[in-house]
Write a protein that binds this ligand. Structure first.
Ligand code: CO
Length: 514
């Protein structure tokens, strides 16, 4: 097993030329639009798809990065496209469909960009055409979940879109039995609490919504396995907040209110997208907002070091303390109006790194330490350990141990021993978020050897999409989560590429062609 030295500080940046394992032109090719929609059994497979891997990987991400050649300003403004890779009995079926949002359909019909994007996409015609236009397009491009018999495409600033899980056809906007209103925010980062204390140990889905302003309202939602909202409560937090993700434990929802400010004027005047009006306030603390999920305990807000977090890996309660593991950046990576996202200079930016925050709710003290200095993002864990103590963490990571770079590898971190394993697709492969799939108990029924179904936390597979710049196509790669050193168990070659995506989830139900 490979192990890496931990770096206490992020200062030792190395010039790209010394360690660079990627080619920026290769990386850029993964951001071409995919305009076609496909449906086929994947016939080109290296290795073997495990016969006990049964279910469907749903993924979401911007599928269209331009409208008739008019490029969006940032991939976060690209229209959501769902991919479904369904596994059964050693075979895999692929399907992709764009979410038919109102904005997608209207722009498809017009053949040009009609809406401003949060991340700086402007309608043609300069600032005059964009000023005082606050109609944002719900682009449904961030996450996709199957919960309560509904497949939902999520985008944090507005309501989910519901899709047919068998065909990926868009059914319409989803209001959770009237709990959400038209235009209501609903975050793209729900967690499933595997054994909710309030529900007699049944799982529940926990999500939030942010309404930013001079003071920000955070609403927590908890849904039962039938998809009904069981609990919802709203809390006001002082100041503006830009919060993409959160973490849960059995008792708390935990939010990092990063030190950013919002100046809406350039947005109002049509000069900038809303996200381009967010600026980082260096030296100001991150406020950790701890909201009790139930009971009458007050909300606590505890200051921690300055920094910016998009994603949390997990949180748990232990020995009267609260632990939160997160991917941290020294600052918010500003979105600039005149900058082409494809021309980003990786070496000029600091990498995301894994940190652990230890909070004492009595003394209100926070200790933090870096767990992993390698550039990383998109954490994944075993679903049974959400909100609980855990040992194994999987991440998308850079191929080189130091510096900032595109994600080309999957890293496994053993938080107990400090051991690391890495599987790399460098130099020409670019990975997406890994999704952990626990090995199903059906392995036992199928008479497979006992070591394949024990309850070990890393007994399962990692699924990730890898863009292969040499072929200009995307592969679905299956890794053995217990041993990344085995290499890919199976590499499934799609007939096309899939633009770099954001998030996805796995459900044990098969939704491919029968
Ligand atoms: Co995210």
């Amino acid at each position: 097993m490979q192990s890496f030295q931990l770096h206490e500080r992020a200062t030792s940046r190395v010039a790209d030329s010394d360690t660079q394992q990627y080619n920026v032109k290769d990386w850029q090719k993964g951001y071409q639009s995919l305009n076609e929609e496909f449906e086929y059994f994947i016939e080109s497979v290296e290795g073997e798809i495990p016969v006990d891997l049964e279910g469907t990987l749903f993924r979401n991400g911007p599928g269209r990065l331009d409208v008739n050649g008019q490029r969006v300003h940032h991939p976060f403004d690209g229209d959501g496209m769902i991919s479904a890779i369904a596994f059964s009995q050693g075979r895999a079926h692929f399907r992709n469909r764009f979410v038919r949002t109102d904005g997608f359909l209207a722009e498809q019909k017009a053949g040009r960009i009609l809406h401003r994007g949060v991340f700086g996409t402007q309608k043609p015609g300069g600032w005059l055409a964009n000023a005082f236009d606050f109609q944002l397009k719900n682009i449904a491009n961030t996450q996709v979940i199957y919960w309560g018999g509904k497949l939902l495409a999520l985008w944090e600033a507005a309501e989910p879109h519901r899709l047919d899980p068998h065909t990926l056809e868009t059914i319409g906007r989803e209001y959770l039995d009237g709990v959400l209103q038209p235009g209501s925010a609903f975050a793209a980062h729900p967690w499933v609490d595997p054994a909710c204390q309030m529900d007699g140990g049944a799982p529940c889905l926990v999500n939030f919504a942010i309404k930013p302003g001079l003071s920000t309202t955070i609403t927590l939602y908890e849904l039962n396995p039938a998809g009904q909202v069981l609990r919802q409560h709203a809390h006001a937090v002082p100041g503006f907040a830009f919060i993409h993700d959160f973490a849960i434990t059995p008792n708390y929802g935990i939010f990092f209110q990063n030190p950013v400010s919002f100046n809406p004027l350039p947005f109002v005047l049509g000069l900038r997208g809303a996200a381009e009006c967010i600026s980082f306030r260096p030296g100001h603390p991150t406020q950790i907002v701890i909201i009790p999920r139930h009971g009458s305990e007050p909300v606590q807000i505890i200051p921690a070091d300055s920094g910016f977090v998009f994603h949390h890996a997990n949180a748990f309660e232990q020995d009267g303390q609260l632990f939160v593991d997160s991917i941290c950046y020294p600052a918010f990576p500003a979105v600039e109006p005149n900058q082409d996202y494809q021309e980003v200079k990786f070496s000029a930016l600091p990498p995301g790194q894994l940190w652990r925050f230890q909070l004492n709710l009595q003394t209100r003290q926070v200790q933090s330490r870096m767990l992993e200095g390698r550039c990383c993002e998109f954490p994944a864990i075993h679903s049974s350990h959400v909100g609980r103590p855990y040992r194994y963490l999987y991440l998308g990571a850079a191929a080189a141990a130091e510096g900032n770079a595109p994600l080309q590898a999957i890293l496994k971190v053993d938080l107990e021993t400090g051991d690391r394993q890495i599987w790399s697709a460098a130099p020409r492969g670019y990975v997406s978020e890994p999704v952990f799939v626990p090995r199903s108990p059906s392995a036992y029924r199928e008479g497979l050897p006992s070591e394949t179904y024990d309850g070990a936390e890393d007994n399962g597979w990692l699924l990730t999409l890898v863009y292969d710049a040499a072929q200009e196509q995307t592969n679905v790669v299956i890794l053995d989560a217990a041993d990344l050193n085995r290499g890919a168990i199976a590499t499934l070659h799609l007939k096309h590429h899939i633009p770099y995506g954001l998030h996805g989830t796995f459900t044990p139900e098969y939704f491919g062609k029968a």
